[in-house]
Design a protein around this ligand. Structure first.
Ligand SMILES: *Cc1c(COP(=O)(O)O)cnc(C)c1O
Length: 398
């Protein structure tokens, strides 16, 4: 393994008394993030003012960052563009897929998909009065449910709750034999698993950058459009930056070519600067090594909890090839348990109805952290420390 994870760990700014097992929800800042943002504000924005769009190439950031992300998800050069939110990107991908006129009339997804993805599909069908059906099946039924009725297969590769991972190659191949187009949501894959979009012959993909890419809260999302679909793909939200010549300010929309046509409006340059700071870390590691290390950490955590904490029921797949980089356990008083863990410096999160989640990002979590977190967890469980009223008061964000 050529990646040096003790080197990457030293590049993150995490309080010493905290073991951060929630990088799957919001990655931490790097040690250079604040410096880069400050430099940007003081040296670029303040000095260059509007000239920066040209002279500091701010206008090129969505595509340049897109190309950096492309290398992490096995995508072709100039097939990824950054900006807006994952929910918006999902809307664009679904709209573009439908406009490619696949034969079927069903948008197929599964019950493990993230609610936003399902809401976006429901909303798109309703607001455009389309005669499509959103069909939601159980994750294990997806393969068999890909029939000729299916127009679009809309799936998240790694389930945000269970961590169950779909077989992208197998499902994409079957979808294509049935005439369907695929949209892969890579929210819980990007930056931690070796995604191979090109190899899987995927059509569209979307993802966010604030989870395993550590771009910061609300950092810009991305969309991937396979090169073969770029000419025929249409942008649902026709903003001026998706225009072929935005600065001609013409009245009629004329789409840009290539992946540029998926742009909408002015890109978030401060947020992009934070994202670039964290992407620099991926230049010194191999994404394959991150995947291998993740498996070691999750296997260790599973093995230890199985031995010492049988009350916690693992609901993630036990086979490491079939899951992502977080683990979910069912426990009746999961919310209180997680609040108690957080109080003791171990940060994970809670998902309804009774799941606690722990994320393992090897860029800043090592075996020693996991051992310490387990010790704290076992102590809390053995002494029922979570069973206090203060741990049962729910906050809005869980
Ligand atoms: C985190 C996540 C989202 C969030 O979408 P935003 O628009 O960034 O809030 C969407 N889909 C999946 C699968 C996610 O895990």
């Amino acid at each position: 393994m050529k990646s040096n994870f003790s080197a990457t760990k030293s590049l993150f700014d995490i309080p010493k008394d905290i073991i951060y097992l929630d990088g799957n929800s919001l990655g931490p800042p790097t040690t250079i993030t604040s410096k880069k943002i400050n430099t940007f504000i003081n040296e670029k924005w303040a000095k260059l003012l509007i000239k920066g769009w040209n002279s500091d190439k701010w206008i090129d950031k969505p595509k340049n960052i897109g190309n950096r992300i492309a290398t992490l998800i096995g995508a072709e050069n100039d097939s990824v563009i950054v900006g807006d939110t994952l929910s918006i990107r999902t809307y664009q991908a679904l709209h573009a897929a439908i406009k490619l006129k696949p034969k079927g009339k069903v948008i197929l997804s599964d019950s493990g998909n993230f609610p936003s993805d399902l809401y976006i599909a429901q909303g798109l069908i309703e607001s455009l009065n389309l005669s499509y059906e959103l069909r939601i099946v159980e994750p294990h039924e997806v393969f068999d449910c890909i029939t000729e009725e299916v127009a679009v297969l809309l799936l998240t590769e790694v389930d945000y709750r269970s961590s169950r991972k779909h077989n992208m190659l197998q499902l994409t191949t079957k979808a294509h034999t049935m005439g369907a187009i695929t949209i892969w949501d890579l929210a819980h894959s990007t930056g931690v698993l070796s995604v191979k979009l090109q190899e899987a012959n995927a059509d569209f993909a979307v993802g966010c950058t604030y989870k395993y890419l550590n771009g910061g809260p609300g950092s810009p999302a991305f969309i991937y459009v396979a090169p073969k679909h770029q000419a025929k793909s249409e942008n649902a939200i026709k903003g001026w930056l998706g225009h072929a010549s935005p600065f001609n300010f013409t009245k009629q929309f004329q789409p840009s070519s290539g992946i540029d046509k998926m742009q909408i409006g002015t890109p978030p340059i401060i947020a992009s600067t934070a994202l670039e700071a964290s992407l620099d870390i991926f230049d010194i590691v191999d994404i394959k090594d991150i995947g291998i290390e993740t498996i070691k950490l999750t296997e260790f955590f599973i093995d230890q909890t199985h031995k010492h904490c049988p009350e916690l029921k693992l609901i993630s797949p036990t086979c490491s090839q079939k899951r992502g980089a977080h683990l979910a356990f069912a426990f009746t008083d999961g919310y209180a348990l997680m609040q108690c863990l957080i109080e003791h410096g171990v940060i994970g999160d809670f998902r309804m109805p009774n799941l606690i989640r722990f994320g393992f990002n090897p860029l800043f979590i090592d075996q020693n952290d996991v051992s310490k977190a387990l010790e704290i967890l076992f102590d809390i469980m053995q002494n029922k420390k979570w069973d206090k009223p203060e741990f049962k008061v729910k906050s809005y964000v869980t």
